[in-house]
Design a protein around this ligand. Structure first.
Ligand code: AMP
Ligand code: ZN
Length: 403
């Protein structure tokens, strides 16, 4: 380890092995979960060293040891998997991509950013979000006879555990805490807040966390409701899910929220049925992109797993080609084009079928798959494609979202 402390509390560290741009990006993003003392870890352009930006100087040795162990597991990640593109759509609008969309929406009063990864919206943003949701639901009903449903925003820890979430994304979970059912503790909390300027949180010992969580993936609450089902062919379900992912300091505008909305499609049944729905959902993505006149690619991808399991799980996902992402271009803060995942198509094999006792008529665990569309990211991408003036928007969309 090559330590170099300067005034800005940055320490240079050698990478255990050289990494490429893709892995470097993952390292920077996931580094917010390494230590409360670390602001961020930035990999140098050559991929051979990294800079650990510290928030305080306490226990520097122990903190740097943690950073080294984090880099060790992250650098094992294999990157540069061959990317397969399944479909590509090109927009008709010839105008430039709009810069600073998040800021522009806030300035117009259409979005209120609470600054904590939560947003409120109204006017054209709300109408567009509703239209994206409605249009997707309509396509799923037309193509798969998927009926609309509703699921809760909270989910119990046992279900999340069964879904494998604690094993793959333990950093993203939000636990719900409640006051203990204790007269004195509740009164103490009330008194502390009755005339105070700011909010006072209850004493740690007075809060219990009994396993209720905020749901971090739209499809999870569906599986317990399918327990005991036996499928000869299969069935599709669709709904708008409220999703929560603790993104720590990575939150940013409409693209990286703590709380967001996902139009979900879940398909369950035989191997043939699930693979047929997956294949038929590919042209639907293009149809949705064409309706909003957007550039879009559907391609193979991997999830951002927690550091210690990232290399192995990404490798497995890429090898099996079980995750495809809907990639749509937007502009970054410097006005450079980057793509964001506005949705994903996922195949789960018989994982949920086995865990939740969903089977085929031969008692074999059923296959499942899902499509999740991140509504706020579609909104951001659509405004990037057509700007704030109504005339560049496709007529049908324009008539629905602008007064
Ligand atoms: P996933 O199940 O991880 O593929 O997520 C489904 C979709 O949700 C993604 O393709 C994104 O469009 C959207 N999404 C994921 N994380 C966020 C986030 N932090 N903020 C806004 N949208 C998100
Ligand atoms: Zn899903």
């Amino acid at each position: 380890m090559n330590k170099q402390l300067n005034q800005r509390m940055q320490i240079a560290i050698d990478m255990p092995r050289q990494v490429d741009e893709e892995v470097a990006g993952d390292i920077e993003k996931e580094s917010v979960f390494v230590s409360p003392a670390i602001d961020r870890i930035i990999v140098a352009e050559d991929g051979k060293t990294a800079t650990v930006v510290l928030q305080d100087r306490r226990d520097v040795e122990a903190v740097m040891d943690k950073a080294a162990r984090f880099l060790d597991v992250m650098a094992k990640q294999v990157s540069g998997y061959e990317i397969k593109v399944f479909s590509e759509s090109v927009r008709k609008d010839e105008g430039p991509y709009q810069k600073d969309v998040n800021q522009g929406l806030v300035e117009r009063g259409w979005v209120h950013d609470y600054g904590s990864g939560q947003v409120a919206y109204n006017g054209p943003v709300l109408k567009l979000a509703q239209l994206i949701n409605e249009k997707a639901a309509e396509l799923y009903a037309r193509e798969f006879k998927a009926a609309d449903g509703h699921f809760p925003a909270m989910i119990d820890a046992d279900t999340l555990h069964k879904c494998g979430y604690f094993d793959s994304h333990p950093n993203a979970v939000t636990f719900v805490g409640n006051m203990i059912e204790d007269f004195d503790a509740i009164e103490e909390f009330r008194v502390a807040n009755s005339c105070s300027e700011g909010a006072h949180m209850p004493h740690r010992d007075h809060v219990h966390i009994d396993g209720m969580c905020l749901n971090p993936a739209a499809c999870f609450p569906a599986y317990p409701t399918l327990k005991g089902k036996r499928y000869e062919t299969g069935e599709c379900f669709t709904w708008m899910g409220r999703v929560f992912r603790y993104e720590s300091r990575n939150i940013s505008g409409l693209d990286r929220l703590y709380e967001f909305n996902v139009r979900e499609l879940v398909f369950v049944g035989s191997e043939d049925y699930v693979s047929d729905v997956r294949n038929r959902s590919v042209p639907l993505v293009s149809e949705l992109a064409a309706f909003f006149d957007m550039d879009c690619k559907l391609q193979t991808a991997t999830d951002p797993f927690f550091a210690t399991v990232s290399a192995a799980k990404k490798f497995w996902q890429a090898a099996q080609e079980v995750k495809n992402e809907i990639k749509i271009p937007v502009l970054d803060a410097e006005g450079q084009v980057k793509t964001i995942a506005c949705g994903s198509i996922n195949l789960h094999g018989n994982f949920f079928g086995e865990r939740f006792d969903i089977r085929d008529t031969d008692e074999k665990p059923a296959m499942t798959g899902c499509v999740g569309l991140g509504i706020e990211r579609w909104v951001l991408a659509a405004f990037t494609h057509h700007g704030f003036e109504p005339d560049r928007w496709p007529e049908e969309v324009r008539n629905r979202i602008f007064d």
